[in-house]
Design a binder for this molecule. Structure first.
Ligand code: C2E
Ligand code: MG
Ligand code: MG
Length: 785
């Protein structure tokens, strides 16, 4: 059998998420954020450092370039200075030779466009080619002696002339040749071709936003080289930031008019020449390469962060989703668990209801059979004894009828309690229905122990019940015992045999126990023999009738006779009906037997009638099968006609067993009989199942109270009460009451006082053969003595 284990699912589920779990999730997210923030910070620092390094590199580059250009310019000026000295020195006052020399010097140095030599009075001595000084040059030469305002710088022997509006790249330099070793002093005016000079650097990478400036010492822009070419401004800019007094060289960051954005500029003053060289480049361009790098870094970092955050979010979401699912699963599991527990408890309740008797709490028949069967299975391997006891309560129905069902129910409950306490816990006790109980006695060491147990049980149950709803009730059990495996290998057989043994107990006088032991029973062979011989016995006319009178308690007249069949057996002598009626009922022979009895009764009445003996109604017993026959009334009518009798000469006695389902057929036959005018008596009332209320509508004119009540009428006041109430109730239903089995005067007196109509019993007369019955009829009364 598969059983549900309530822990099976929850056991495999992870523990229910606590507040800690959620805290852990938040901590994980916070940790990730902190780590990411750290990475961002470090990246930012790294990029800053890289940017600084980049600037440093650019700075160094610009510085070197500025230094190189300054150095080159210084060399150019030096060359001019050398030319001034050389031209003067070699000409030796010969101007034409000097001019030739100047022309040859100019041919060898393309940085100068023209050369002219002047004396100290600034009169031209010679020139590299014939040309006219421009008015600005003239003015400049005039001022050269007093070079304060016009000259751009005065701290060297070189002076820069005015910048020409046309040909602005031609910068006039006035170089003094006043040296100690020169034979004559003067000046060399050299037209410096800054365009050519700056073009020498065109292949040098100064960047797209870079510029090379050549400034005068006061910061006035002389020329500017840009990547796209020379820019020699007509309106010279003044850039004083590159002409600090204290620092000849340096760096400067800031906007330069005419340039885009912030610039990084390196400036270098040209040694012994009135020039400042500035190399600048846009900061943006410098950072541009790094910018791409940093953008990549930030991009990578951003993507990484997004991926990590996304992964974390996904993880948290999936964990939460999983938790939700688990929670849903757990909730559903708990609900299922609760449902299963409820179902199991309902099932257990249903099982209890289905397996227990609601009145007594004992096992019901079905459960008893199941339990007993499982015990017997084990018993097959055991050396111990197992026995099945069947017991019922004598006269229980009468108690039920007279004192009410609620008293009967309480009595059954009290009996079951006593029964349970009288047996061992290992034994199985069940209520099989009505007032029938069964006990499977298990594992008994010695067979004799069963005697002790059964006697104890009978004694215990026979003790009075002092207070059953205010009544003291005494009831005895009749017990039958079947032994396993001798009397049966299964519960059904054992029950049947124990039941048979119980009826034997009842037959033997009730309040006792009897073993079922067919093989050891000395009467067993006889029973088999009788069973075999009975059909022949009827044919051979071995049956005889004995008659027992019923006496009216008012005048002690014989009010009726009961015909009781006997078998005059050639071997066993007189055999009584208890030994063959049941067997005839079982074999179906009872119909034939009954027919014989009816016929014999009618014949006897006819004989007595013919002899003039006063007739009283002659009652004969009818079995259930005869009633079911349906032709009973017709048969009796025929018999009455055949023997010239009237219906009042006969009476029939039925037992309660005639009134079990299906009852319709029996009722119809009884109605037919009553229509016929035949009185019907209900025999052994109180020993069966019926109650007065059940038979009130049946055509019954007399009830015969069972012998067991009459037995107890003296010893038990409650029985007296029961008998009295039966009599009262029966009278209420217009029925006469006959008491059976009256053996004592006391019983008779009490019955008379209770209002009983008639009595029948050994006290007045035993059943007697026809001849003796004839005498009784003749005396008409039986006075009790
Ligand atoms: P029953 O019809 O209740 O008959 C009364 C029985 O009680 C008779 O037993 C009778 O001898 C016995 N009896 C009468 N007075 C006393 C008494 O004071 N003390 C004691 N201890 N017993 C007394 P019997 O003749 O052995 O008959 C037993 C049963 O057999 C009858 O009970 C009846 O049910 C059945 N029976 C007898 N004859 C016939 C018959 O012809 N047809 C059928 N179907 N059943 C019959
Ligand atoms: Mg009878
Ligand atoms: Mg009877």
């Amino acid at each position: 059998m598969i059983t549900y284990n309530p822990r099976s699912i929850t056991a495999i589920l992870p523990a229910r998420p606590s507040g800690n779990f959620q805290r852990l999730q938040w901590i994980s997210i916070a940790a990730l954020v902190i780590v990411l923030a750290l990475i961002w910070l470090l990246t930012w620092q790294r990029l800053q450092a890289e940017e600084a390094l980049l600037e440093k590199n650019a700075e160094l580059q610009q510085r070197s370039l500025a230094a190189i250009i300054a150095e080159n310019l210084a060399q150019v000026v030096d060359r001019g200075r050398l030319m001034a000295v050389t031209a003067n020195y070699g000409a030796d006052g010969d101007n034409s030779r000097a001019s030739a020399r100047l022309t040859s010097m100019l041919a060898s140095d393309r940085t100068f466009l023209r050369l002219a030599l002047y004396d100290n009075a600034l009169s031209r001595l010679s020139s590299s080619s014939p040309f006219v000084d421009s008015p600005e040059i003239k003015t400049f030469l005039q001022l050269a002696d007093n070079p304060t305002d016009a000259l751009l710088a005065t701290d060297s022997d070189v002076q820069v002339g005015p910048l020409l509006k046309e040909n602005a790249w031609q910068v006039p330099l006035l170089i003094s040749s006043h040296h100690g070793y020169t034979p004559r002093s003067g000046y060399l005016l050299a037209m410096l071709d800054l365009g050519y000079f700056l073009q020498l650097y065109r292949n040098i990478d100064i960047g797209a936003t870079g510029s090379i400036y050549i400034l005068g010492l006061d910061g006035t822009e002389i020329a500017e080289a840009r990547p796209e070419g020379l820019s020699l401004s007509q309106e010279p800019r003044h850039l004083p930031q590159f002409a600090p007094i204290q620092y000849p060289n340096g760096l400067w960051r800031g906007a330069i008019p005419g340039s885009e954005g912030k610039q990084l500029a390196s400036f270098q003053r040209v040694e012994k020449a009135p020039f400042i060289v500035v190399v600048s480049r846009g900061m943006q361009e410098i950072r541009a390469s790094h910018g791409g790098n940093s953008l990549r870094s930030w991009g990578t970092l951003g993507s990484l962060s997004i991926i990590l955050m996304g992964a974390m979010w996904g993880l948290v979401r999936s964990t939460r989703h999983q938790q939700t699912l688990l929670e849903a699963l757990r909730t559903s599991d708990e609900e299922k668990h609760g449902l299963i527990l409820r179902l199991e408890s309902e099932k257990a309740r249903a099982m209890t209801l289905a397996s227990h008797d609601h009145l007594t709490g004992l096992h019901n028949r079905r459960m008893f059979n199941e339990l007993a069967a499982s015990h017997l299975e084990g018993a097959q391997r055991s050396r111990k004894h197992y026995m099945l006891m069947y017991l019922d309560l004598d006269r229980f129905k009468l108690i039920n009828d007279s004192l009410g069902h609620h008293v009967g129910d309480k009595l059954l409950h009290a009996v079951s309690e006593r029964l349970r306490s009288s047996v061992r816990s290992a034994d199985v006790v069940g209520r099989m229905g009505g007032d029938e109980f069964a006990v499977l006695v298990t594992g008994v060491e010695h067979a004799q122990d069963m005697d002790v147990l059964a006697s104890k049980l009978v004694a215990q149950l026979s003790l009075p019940y002092p207070d059953i709803d205010g009544h003291e009730i005494q009831v005895s059990p009749s017990v039958g015992i079947a032994c396993f495996p001798r009397d049966g290998h299964d519960v059904t057989t054992l029950c049947r045999h124990a039941d048979a043994a119980m009826y034997e107990s009842k037959r033997m006088g009730r309040g006792r126990f009897t073993y079922y032991d067919a093989s050891l029973n000395p009467s067993h062979d006889r029973v088999l023999q009788l069973e075999r011989q009975l059909p022949k016995a009827i044919e051979n006319n071995e049956l005889v009738l004995h008659f027992q009178p019923k006496v009216d308690l008012v005048n002690y007249q014989i009010s009726g006779m009961e015909a009781l069949v006997r078998w005059q057996h050639p071997e066993h002598g007189l055999v009584y009906p208890n030994d063959f009626i049941a067997m005839a009922e079982k074999s179906g022979l009872i119909v034939q037997l009954g027919d014989w009895v009816m016929q014999a009764c009618c014949a006897q009445q006819a004989r007595w009638k013919a002899q003039g003996i006063p007739l009283v109604p002659l009652a004969f017993n009818v079995s259930p099968m005869q009633l079911r026959d349906g032709s009973l009334a017709a048969k009796i009518t025929q018999l009455l006609q055949n023997h010239g009798l009237s219906p009042c000469d006969l009476e029939i006695e039925i037992t309660e067993s005639c009134l079990v389902e299906p009852i319709n057929q029996a009722v119809k036959v009884l109605e037919d009989l009553r229509q016929l005018g035949i009185r019907i008596g209900l025999d052994d009332f109180g020993s069966g199942f019926s109650s007065l209320s059940q038979i009130r509508d049946l055509p019954i004119s007399t009830i015969k109270i069972d012998r067991s009540f009459i037995d107890g009428i003296r010893s038990n006041t409650d029985v007296g009460v029961i008998v009295t109430s039966i009599i009262t109730l029966a009278h209420g239903l217009q029925m006469r009451v006959v008491a059976e089995g009256v053996e004592l005067m006391d019983q008779l007196v009490q019955l008379k006082m209770a209002g009983c109509d008639e009595v029948q019993g050994y006290f007045l007369s035993r059943p007697v053969p026809g001849a003796e019955a004839e005498k009784l009829l003749l005396q008409t009364t039986i006075i009790p003595t």
